[in-house]
Write a new protein. Structure first.
Length: 754
């Protein structure tokens, strides 16, 4: 502020200051100098009704209806919180019928209704975008009202609403299942069929309020005739109104997806000998891609994946393909730049994604008991992971028109007054951010295998040691096509293969993963007032990407989108060590116990108490660190920096919340180049959690009792640290400023049982 005359501040920046709190903590710096308490309110209602009926000795019926309603308000700093509304209806009716001692049938019909709406705290209350009046950033529907997001490199955060949402789901599923069992001699065969009819209705979008990223690039040009200061500070850019990058979707996306799936299986449990049992099975799944009833879904037909800048042959350029036939722009005023090819000719079928009809899943299991105290189990199975709705919903977001534009490096051309370089109608989308699904989709699958050895140490006490492994292939993974060639000169568009497009987010079946673990479990069944379960798992998970909606500590796009294999690293959900113990113990006091075996006041006060404890020790997940700016000059803020060769982990005596990992292990690469550091190279803090409870039942009368319960979560009030700053250019790089679990929580309860 001291370097820039106040009359130079952009009017939008001044208006938005309402949503940026003034410092109230003296930290001696310009970051993390504001502290406040935020409320969270949850209202929940639940209802369940169950009916059981015995029609005859050979036929029984079961029915259940469940209802749940939940409303949550999570306050945010300066009105940038969120509202969440969820309503669920579930109904099921089933019949089990015995035709003969060998034949048993189970029929089940189910219905699920799920409504979920996530929006900003200001939704339906305040239209901030109309107040700011940023050209080209239209005010969305009242469900999406809120504030745009302003992100600042180097000061450790952002202000305004999250760029996601609103999203509203109104989904329904109808299910019919038939299972038939046949027993003959040493064989128990099961046959089954299942039909699912899904209605996936979703409304919403990301970036509808706009996202403005600032990284100090404008103020690094003192020779510019429009920017006088040379602070290199991202907040100074904000005050002047010079964003580095702007994202905005001009409309909401709306889909009415429909799909009918079918599944078949056969399974045989064969008791070869009294000590040896085999399980042989085969399952077939057929889950088609969703069909959009509204016809708004648009895919991208990409005959080639070029990397060279400005491909001259237009036949190699992508084409927007809308579902159905006829006029591509039917029902909308939106228009794409004429340079973008569009078609609605059915070339990608009626679902825009190919159906996979080859989903066969064999299963095999074996159990062998060489003696009454030993059991050995092994098994293998193939499992398919079917359509994830959000990945298909992205195809409807193309019709909402998302713009993603970066400013010119040599001479910044984007401002709050002109956030996009196009000068035409605001309904024409130039260089859109496009969502695509690979047409030749294959169903993701996992091959899982295990070996367990179980030993009875004494009656009621079991020790189990086991290995569990899996290999996953054809996993859905997103990567950004049309990425510019890294360079220190020229605009991003001048170095992209298809300059009429922005990023093309492709969802492809190219992901790979593997998992290996060793587990040990010691279990004591409830006896003489004591039961416990102690388990330890040592594991390692490796993948190329941990999901298109994976952990927020991982990355969605690769560092270099044309070298996806370089992303192979520890998975975002990897946990090397996990120890859990649970204990339930009845204190030996009171009537019928070893001590104070008597009635009276001593039994009332001391008898009948139960205590339980759960202890969890877990190592941390990996975290991906990145630059926090477009250092590669490719239009991507997801890039990583260089590795210096130093280890990332610090010793326990050196590591603290101000420096959780060795920040010297990373260095900023030269501008216009990719960094060479790996993915997920930092291990986050682990979890140490001890939960404790005690309860006692007081007899009131015959068949009536009063239960007292005391529970303590995080009983020792141990701080489980949150995630450190993960952006090199941020002032909080490597610094932890939060916890991931709550402080100690104590609660008391009374329940009257009759």
């Amino acid at each position: 502020n001291n370097l820039i005359p106040r009359n130079r501040f952009h009017s939008v920046a001044v208006k938005f200051l309402e949503f940026i709190p003034a410092p109230n903590v003296n930290t001696g710096g310009l970051v993390s100098n504001y502290q406040t308490g935020l409320n969270r309110r949850i209202d929940r209602d639940q209802f369940t009704q169950r009916i059981d009926m015995v029609e005859s000795n050979n036929s029984t019926w079961f029915g259940r209806y469940s209802y749940s309603n939940e409303k949550e308000l999570q306050e945010g700093v300066r009105l940038n919180g969120s509202k969440l509304v969820t309503e669920v209806h579930q109904a099921v009716i089933s019949n089990t019928r015995i035709f003969s001692p060998r034949w048993v049938s189970e029929t089940r019909i189910g219905y699920n209704s799920f409504f979920n709406s996530l929006g900003s705290e200001l939704a339906f209350q305040r239209d901030v975008l109309s107040e700011l009046n940023i050209p080209g950033i239209k005010s969305p529907s009242p469900a999406a009202w809120g504030t745009p997001q302003m992100t600042y490199t180097g000061i450790g955060g952002s202000f305004g609403d999250n760029n996601n949402g609103p999203f509203s789901n109104d989904n329904k599923r109808f299910q019919v299942v038939e299972n038939l069992s046949w027993t003959r001699r040493a064989h128990s065969l099961r046959f089954g069929v299942e039909f699912l009819n899904d209605h996936f209705n979703q409304f919403g979008n990301s970036f509808v309020r706009g996202v403005f990223a600032f990284d100090g690039i404008a103020t690094q040009n003192p020779e510019s005739s429009q920017t006088r200061a040379s602070t290199g500070n991202s907040f100074a850019d904000y005050l002047l109104g010079y964003p580095r990058q702007v994202n905005n979707a001009i409309a909401m996306a709306d889909v009415r997806f429909r799909a009918t799936s079918q599944y078949y299986y056969i399974d045989d449990i064969w008791k070869v000998t009294p000590r040896l049992t085999l399980n042989l099975g085969l399952r077939y799944e057929n889950t088609p891609p969703f069909r959009d009833k509204l016809g708004t879904a648009i895919n991208v037909d990409m005959p080639f994946f070029d990397q060279t800048p400005n491909v001259a042959d237009l036949n190699r350029h992508p084409t927007f393909i809308r579902i159905g036939s006829g006029d591509f722009y039917e029902g909308t005023l939106l228009r794409f730049n004429p340079a973008i090819k569009v078609a609605r000719d059915g070339r990608l079928g009626d679902r825009l994604v190919q159906r996979d009809n080859n989903d066969w899943a064999p299963r095999f299991g074996i159990a062998y008991s060489p003696s009454s105290k030993w059991t050995i189990r092994s098994g293998f199975g193939a499992f398919y992971s079917q359509d994830q709705g959000n990945a298909r919903f992205d195809l409807a977001r193309n019709f909402a028109g998302r713009r993603d534009e970066a400013t010119l490096v040599d001479f910044p051309n984007l401002t709050f007054s002109t956030p996009f370089s196009s000068t035409g109608s605001t309904v024409q989308i130039n260089r859109p951010f496009a969502f695509a699904n690979i047409y030749q989709r294959r169903s993701p699958y996992t091959l899982q295998y295990l070996l367990n050895v179980q030993r009875e140490i004494k009656e009621g006490t079991l020790l189990e040691v086991g290995y569990l492994g899996s290999v996953s292939r054809k996993l859905e993974q997103a990567y950004g096509l049309n990425q510019a060639v890294p360079s220190a000169i020229g605009s991003v568009a001048s170095r992209q293969p298809y300059p009429e497009f922005g990023t093309i987010q492709m969802l492809d079946s190219i992901g790979k993963a593997n998992y290996n673990s060793l587990g040990v479990k010691l279990q004591e069944r409830f006896s003489r007032g004591l039961s416990y379960l102690v388990s330890y798992t040592w594991s390692k998970a490796i993948d190329l990407n941990s999901g298109i909606r994976g952990p927020n500590t991982d990355t969605l796009f690769p560092n270099n989108n044309y070298n996806v294999q370089a992303e192979r690293a520890l998975a975002g959900f990897h946990v090397a060590h996990r120890f859990v113990s649970s204990v339930l113990y009845e204190l030996p006091f009171g009537n019928g116990k070893k001590l104070l075996n008597q009635r009276g006041i001593a039994n009332v006060l001391l008898g009948g108490w139960q205590v339980s404890s759960i202890v969890t020790l877990q190592s941390g997940n990996p975290m991906n660190v990145r630059v926090g700016g477009d250092q590669s000059n490719t239009g991507s803020f997801a890039g990583r920096m260089n590795a210096t060769g130093q280890p990332t982990e610090l010793s326990r005596g050196v590591r603290n919340t101000d420096r959780w990992f060795n920040t010297s292990a990373y260095a900023l690469q030269a501008f216009g180049t990719f960094g060479n550091s790996g993915r997920n190279t930092v291990i986050l803090p682990g979890i140490v959690q001890w939960d404790f409870s005690t309860q006692k039942n007081f007899r009131v009368a015959e068949g009536q009792q009063l239960q007292f319960r005391f529970e303590a979560f995080n009983f020792p009030n141990h701080p489980n640290w949150g995630n450190p700053g993960f952006e090199l250019l941020s002032s909080d790089f490597g610094v932890i400023r939060s916890t991931r679990t709550n402080m100690r929580e104590l609660q008391f309860g009374l329940k009257y049982v009759f």
